[in-house]
Design a protein around this ligand. Sequence first.
Ligand code: AMP
Length: 145
Amino acid sequence: MDVETLLRSKGQEVASVRPDQTVADAVVMLTEKNFGALVVSSDGQSVDGIVSERDIVRTLAQRGPDLLEDSVASIATSEVSTCSLTDTVDALMSQMTSGRFRHVPVVEAGRLVGVVSIGDVVKHRVAELEETNEQLNSFISGVPR
Ligand code: AMP
């Protein structure tokens, strides 16, 4: 399966935050949208960075509650690993495992078109395994003894 098919089944809503918005703004968006990360983008199309719950927790421990008034840009990861619609879900799983992150923005022709989380990938993998299991069960029960 490719990323395009996965995105079609999960929906293409992308939550982005501007780099000049505050960490408090990001916290509100993460909570309201129930997402684990936001793409940092000045125009909603380019990927300027990514900020995840983990960045907020880590810098909260370092800077204390004043962090909430700091800019998103001050805590975001600027080197973002992205994927394209034609990448396979298997390749995406390797990308997440080797990069040790749980979110990958999907970029097509330089434009942000979606975000895939590890939850989306796991859901897809479980569905795939269930299907294989059903096929094996019907194969076994169909074999004459
Ligand atoms: P996550 O596991 O996605 O919550 O992110 C863990 C760390 O990796 C955080 O510092 C994120 O800013 C960073 N991160 C998340 N996704 C990506 C990505 N696609 N590319 C680069 N860094 C990322």
